[in-house]
Design a protein around this ligand. Sequence first.
Ligand code: DGT
Ligand code: CA
Ligand code: ZN
Length: 595
Amino acid sequence: MQSVDKASVVKALRDLGAYLQLNGENAFKVRAYDIAAERIAGLSEELGPLVAEKRLTALPGIGESIAKKIEEFVSTGKMETLDTIRAQFPPKMLELMTVPELGPKKAKALFDQLGVGSLDDLERACREQKVRGLKGFGQKTEEKLLAGLEIARRAASSGGRKRLGDVRPQAEALLEWVKQAPGVIRASLGGSVRRQRETVADVDLIASAADAAPVFAHFQKFPLVAEVLGAGESKSSVRLKETDLQVDLRVLPDEDFASALHHFTGSKAHHIKLRGLALEKGLTISEWGVFRMKDGAVAQAGVARHENAEAKLPVRTEADLYALLGMQEVPPELREDWGEIEAALEHRLPVDLVGAQHIRGNVHSHTTWSDGANSLEEMARAAKALGFTYFTVTEHSQTSGYAGGLTLDRLKAQWDEIDRVSETVKGIRLLKGIESDILEDGRLDYPDEVLEQLDVVIGSIHQRHGQDEAQMTKRVLAAFDNPFLHIWGHPTGRLINKREPAPMRMEEILDKAAKKGVIVEVNGCPDRMDLAPEHVRLALARGLKLSVSTDAHSVNELSAHLPFALASARKGWARVGDVVNTLDADGFLGALRQR
Ligand code: DGT
Ligand code: CA
Ligand code: ZN
């Protein structure tokens, strides 16, 4: 007998189910393979003896015919039915099934009519606009498939973690939906989304109501639900269309809401440390609430046991929970066990983390002068409507020709336009800026006498990301020697789930930024969120100032990007005073010139 592990049996069954689906096999038959796969995956005993003793069919969900196939696979390492059906398709055919919005029928149609047999094929067919011509597809489907394709690729390259920027809009829409459910008293997002992690595996929602059933019924009717994955007494899970996101909703009586919200917000590391502390104080914390333990129970176990719990303590809010431990309330973004528990015990957690209400000016934005979608006037009016008191235009510089970078002549023509728009749009101050490339050797993209005339100079790396750590570090350090550089833009150049941060000796670079008075950007483009929180902390530890920037390329991004910059900054413990664009325009310009 071959030794075949459970995981390969599970995969064989799942693959066979998927191929049968492609071939239009009926849903019950397909589902039977999925059920069998799940059953095997969840087995606590070894597969070998089960097969040898012909006990497979005794497992619920495994019938005669599937049992035979498993036996064949375990004893020969092959499953003939699977091999036969697999041979009918290109080797990467099943990749296609990971694209949200692409069901088996559509996948089969694409294969039959266009020969699409992999993600790459699909991308090509969409880009060449061949898909829209097929019966039942159309231009909209083609666009959705392209978007879904990117999600599938990212998921494959990131172990299934999705970018916060892709997830949050749906998560928030679903929260609003749940708040409308009958009987809901309180509801909140939890988990990594609430903690503003840059990537998330799934979404956690917590709600309180006297009766959970009608809340779950409403939840499952959310228009974007693709599939209901499970429904228990206190938890229901769904998978959403477009993003392929899983969402877990928990519904509890209102008196348990705060402790459940706290539990399902995490992080796990934060909880582990907190629970240890609680035990020392004779308390146990769990998803069920906070309990005082019977006398002597602490010494006895070191492990919390329910039978040792005496009284459940009232926890109306998360602040109550922290107060029971003699601590400051820890904001969700900070709950990562990055030192926040120690700080909260000593009451030295920052109470003035930067928030949207503190941001007075928009920094870093593009218009149709380079690669933006809206005119300068439209951007200025939108920024004003959002309550910004100043707006910095920072187009790309000449080397970034691909992004409409401004030649010297165009830059000067743009200054005239800025003056003209300043005349027509009153009540917001327009600042003349540039996002200059940091060239390969660290020079900026215009001569000093031009840079000198600008209000705001951001220096960013856009090309040659592939330099090694030594070259990249040298390049950035050299850029800081230019006295006209004010802000270091999207410092690491990473694109979340797409491009790794450029290799560089960050601490050495931040040391020099501190010495030279260079301000570090926290870029709010959801692909970037750059600096990341851990680097924000390193910067703040050196007394550096931050610019919380939108990098808006359209009117919409002026408001849509700010929360992501704030998320990264807050998660890195940034306070109001650490951020230069919480100052008014004169204060901001003054801060840039302290170097
Ligand atoms: P994710 O989903 O990987 O992006 O990150 P989270 O933090 O949302 O993790 P998730 O969804 O697995 O669980 C949500 C929260 O539930 C987590 O942050 C803390 C709590 N939790 C889950 N599993 C455990 C556990 O084994 N022990 C403790 N203490 N808490 C847990
Ligand atoms: Ca989660
Ligand atoms: Zn840029």
